[in-house]
Design a protein around this ligand. Structure first.
Ligand code: AMP
Ligand code: GLY
Length: 466
């Protein structure tokens, strides 16, 4: 689980000593600064919690934030998608750094607007964010630069997509909406009937609006799924600690995909040999590809990969931190995050030492509203948050919550992520579930098998769901 700092362009990977502590970069700020975090999920609460702890930071402002960010910063009612509103807020508050959490404002060019206004921002501009915002763009870049991925075809018309699927002889096939679909635009289809129904849903019924007017149909890859988080200024890549989320709603990885039902870090399933392959065959070529294509990318590169028999192959790119992955990464990061965010935004990552990490395990259990990822109720009173935080080494990050006076209420599908540290995974899990069990509202549920994933994606639930 060592950190790597990678110089791009094929330079040797440098294994950094675990005892490295100091942040060797030049000091960028003269006075405590204001930081604006854009977004309202668990990821943004975890970022706000970590950033508020920095001696470089005077105040954290969140737009719009949630019930948890209000505890570590100041929420301002500006939507993450209100790009001009965010720029105006950053200017009027004299914010020195903006950290953009979600993909939508990144893809819509928020960072470009902030930069035009002379405000430092962490996150790629719209051209770099297309890596996540358009599957087609990502697949074309992957092929152009010979980065391993599933073979694929593009379709702009329903008839052509269905004709292709009818003559396919290998199944499953994977049908993907080209654009952003809140993580719901990918269907692994077992036969032509199912695949044609997915095409209809996207292209005829417009389930994802414009995002589904073009589809990518790709080969199904077999292997273990992993993801890698790195921050990059386009020149230097700093790979963060390994982290695994649990995407499906049900125990044993059953049921529909969600944004993520829980998380643990680190994982042993990524050997250092595999990590080197990923660096050499995927991450460094991706940086090279972006530079060759004249795309400045400063922010988080979060890559989903399938470890196939032929080596690691790209499933998808994300241009932002994962949620709930960030909650575990922030719990385990001992160094101050802020210098890394600034160095990334300024293109000065090269001078940085690797961050120091807590060697303990982190497990995070998402507490969700009944019905999620489908329809769910909002507005329930949440009780037991104080008792939960009394459990040793527990921090509860809010996602879909809002404050109603002094009362916290549910306000989303994923409501909380209860994280705990422990010397081993068992201890971290026990603490996380003990804390989770203190919290209640009508319809609360979680997966009871977070942290129990085995190779091949199988899980082993230790108890029943509440
Ligand atoms: P994506 O949003 O592209 O990562 O897809 C969502 C999920 O669908 C992934 O996490 C995989 O579990 C699955 N998936 C996507 N593409 C493929 C593929 N080509 N082969 C196998 N599984 C896939
Ligand atoms: N947890 C997966 C994601 O943030 O995309």
């Amino acid at each position: 689980m060592g950190e790597f700092k990678v110089a791009p362009g094929g330079a040797a990977v440098q294994n950094l000593r675990p005892e490295v502590r100091a942040i060797g970069a030049p000091c960028f700020v003269t006075a405590p600064m204001k930081v604006l975090i854009v977004g309202s999920g668990g990821r943004e609460h975890a970022l706000a919690w970590k950033i508020a702890d920095s001696p470089l930071v005077e105040e954290v402002i969140c737009a719009p934030g949630n019930g948890g960010t209000a505890l570590v910063g100041r929420n301002v009612k500006v939507a993450a998608t209100d790009l001009n509103g965010i720029v105006t807020l950053a200017k009027s508050e004299g914010v020195e750094l903006v950290v953009v959490g979600p993909e939508d404002p990144l893809c819509d060019g928020l960072v470009d607007l902030l930069e035009q206004a002379g405000i430092l921002a962490f996150g790629p501009g719209a051209s770099g964010a297309r890596l996540e915002g358009s599957k087609l763009f990502a697949k074309e870049l992957l092929d152009r630069h010979r980065i391993p991925t599933a073979s694929w075809r593009r379709f702009d018309r329903v008839g052509a997509a269905k004709a292709y699927l009818e003559q396919c002889t290998t199944w499953p096939q994977v049908v993907k909406a080209d654009g952003l679909a809140a993580g719901k635009g990918v269907f692994v289809c077992g036969d032509a009937k199912e695949a044609c129904a997915s095409v209809d849903l996207m292209m005829e019924e417009g389930a994802f609006g414009d995002a589904g007017s073009t589809v990518v149909i790709e080969e199904f890859m077999v292997g273990e799924e992993v993801s890698v988080h790195a921050i990059t200024d386009g020149q230097t890549l700093l790979i963060l600690e390994s982290v695994v989320d649990h995407k499906q709603v049900g125990e044993g990885d059953q049921g529909p995909n969600t944004g993520g039902m829980g998380v643990y870090s680190p994982t042993t399933s990524l050997s250092s040999r595999m990590m080197q392959q990923i660096e050499q065959h995927v991450l460094l070529p991706t940086l090279h590809a972006l530079r060759t294509d004249d795309i400045a990318f400063r922010g988080t590169l979060f890559v989903g990969l399938m470890l196939t028999e032929a080596g690691p192959r790209v499933l998808e790119y994300n241009c932002r931190f994962g949620d709930p992955e960030t909650q575990a990464i922030m719990r385990r990061m001992k160094s101050d995050l802020v210098p890394y965010l600034i160095a990334t935004a300024k293109g000065e990552l090269e001078g940085m030492e690797a961050p120091e990490w807590n060697d303990e395990m982190c497990v995070g259990v998402v507490a969700a509203s009944e019905g999620y990822p489908g329809d769910y109720e909002k507005g329930h009173r949440i009780s037991g948050l104080e008792q939960a935080e009394e459990v040793s080494s527990v921090v509860t990050f809010h996602a879909g919550t809002r404050m109603d006076g002094a009362q916290t209420r549910t306000n989303g599908g994923r409501v909380l992520c209860v994280t705990a540290m422990g010397g081993d995974k068992g201890t971290a899990r026990r603490r996380a579930y003990e804390a989770y069990d203190h919290i209640s509202w009508p319809g609360k549920f979680c997966r009871r098998d977070i942290g129990e994933r085995h190779a091949g994606g199988k899980s082993n639930p230790p108890g029943s769901s509440s």
